[in-house]
Write a protein that binds this ligand. Structure first.
Ligand SMILES: [Zn+2]
Length: 380
């Protein structure tokens, strides 16, 4: 982070001195104008590369960290250590971190986990939540949880760093890292049951935001989720947050914007199920959007439901490229899935898709950063 800030300052000062010199020596209007234009473009480019640099360096940092904390099962010692590590990263960026301990029961055993959050002050006290779970399914599965959900955590670290310079925000941005998502959304449920959600104007859930073939953004299902575990239920499924993110993504990345998935059985276009941390918020009256990297064109185990993430045949036992499914559906085990498998770790993913991960992580962070700066255009 320091390196990035330094390099921005350095290039801005070089540009400024270049502009001053050229104005002095030539004193011609055209020279001055072209210097101004060059200055504007260079400043814009260096801001862009600062965002891209942060997006990737934070991801690599998380990837290295979770190689040694791969077993971050909700309620475990490694999960707790990971929470403390995220908190220390946020503190380094200058924030006060709020820890929310909670416990949950599973097969009559009690587990202790924790959520953590920071607030980045905006012009309004209304809260725009951006959240990601930091636990993993555990090494028994072979997974270290790099894309699920090291990618979401890394985006939270980047946003904290990039917004620590006093950027003007219309709403206060609250970044939350949830524990125990893989154990049945325990952290996000505990969060909405013990925090006031009436001041929240939106919640953006980041869960596995890279690694799949394409980037998507979903809204909550128009048919209400089961919400009986929420103290005060007020289900909403508005699409304004999803559409705002999509619009910003289309402006910044016209060739590869965040997509709506096509309609599939039980799921209208762009609408998702209750399986991640957005769901307790939708139940509590908060409009949600959910960013996810996968590939809904693939016909997986249960159809085109987005659970199969990649068309690369390395992730299938037998891939039928023409029909985008397994050539042996009865015997297929791999199904193009990375999450919760032995593929979800640095040693398996970096050799084959490092550039792809980088491009997607950079796009997600850039879109999120731009979106939170103009969120008042989309959510009130
Ligand atoms: Zn996840």
């Amino acid at each position: 982070m320091n390196f990035i800030k330094r390099s921005v300052m350095l290039s801005v000062s070089l540009v400024l001195s270049a502009a001053a010199n050229s104005a002095m020596s030539a004193a011609a209007n055209s020279a001055e104008n072209s210097a101004k234009n060059t200055a504007a473009i260079s400043t814009e480019n260096s801001a862009k590369s600062a965002v891209e640099g942060s997006a990737w360096s934070e991801f690599v940092k998380v990837a290295d960290y979770i190689e040694i904390k791969a077993d971050r099962v909700g309620g475990s010692e490694q999960e707790k250590q990971t929470a403390e590590w995220i908190a220390s990263e946020w503190k380094k960026a200058g924030y006060d971190v709020t820890m929310q301990p909670f416990s949950y029961k599973r097969r009559s055993k009690t587990y202790n986990s924790q959520n953590l959050s920071i607030d980045i002050k905006g012009q309004s006290d209304k809260l725009l939540v951006v959240a990601a779970h930091y636990d993993s399914v555990g090494v028994k599965s072979g997974s270290q949880g790099l894309i699920d959900n090291g990618s979401g955590v890394a985006a939270l670290l980047s946003l904290a760093n990039l917004l620590s310079d006093g950027t003007t925000l219309p709403y206060t941005v609250r970044l939350i890292a949830f524990g125990a998502e893989e154990r049945g959304l325990q952290g996000s449920v505990a969060y909405v049951n013990s925090n006031d959600t009436s001041n929240m104007i939106g919640m953006i859930n980041l869960d596995t935001i890279i690694g799949g073939d394409k980037l998507y953004v979903h809204s909550a299902h128009s048919k209400p989720y089961r919400c009986d575990y929420i103290k005060e239920t007020n289900y909403v499924s508005g699409t304004e947050l999803r559409e705002g993110i999509r619009t910003v993504s289309k402006q910044l990345y016209p060739d590869t914007p965040h997509l709506l998935h096509q309609e599939y059985k039980g799921y209208p276009e762009g609408e998702t199920g209750a399986w991640s941390d957005h769901s307790p918020f939708a139940c509590s009256g908060v409009t949600t959007a959910y960013i996810e990297a996968t590939n809904f064109a693939l016909k997986g185990k249960r159809g085109n439901d987005g659970y199969s993430q990649v068309a690369d045949k390395a992730y299938w036992d037998c891939f039928d490229e023409k029909n985008l499914t397994s050539c042996n559906r009865d015997d297929e085990k791999a199904w193009g899935e990375i999450w919760h498998t032995k593929f979800d770790k640095k040693s398996a993913l970096f050799p084959v898709m490092k550039d792809h991960l980088k491009t997607q992580q950079q796009q997600n962070v850039k879109v999120l950063l731009e979106f939170v700066k103009q969120a008042n255009n989309w959510v009130k």
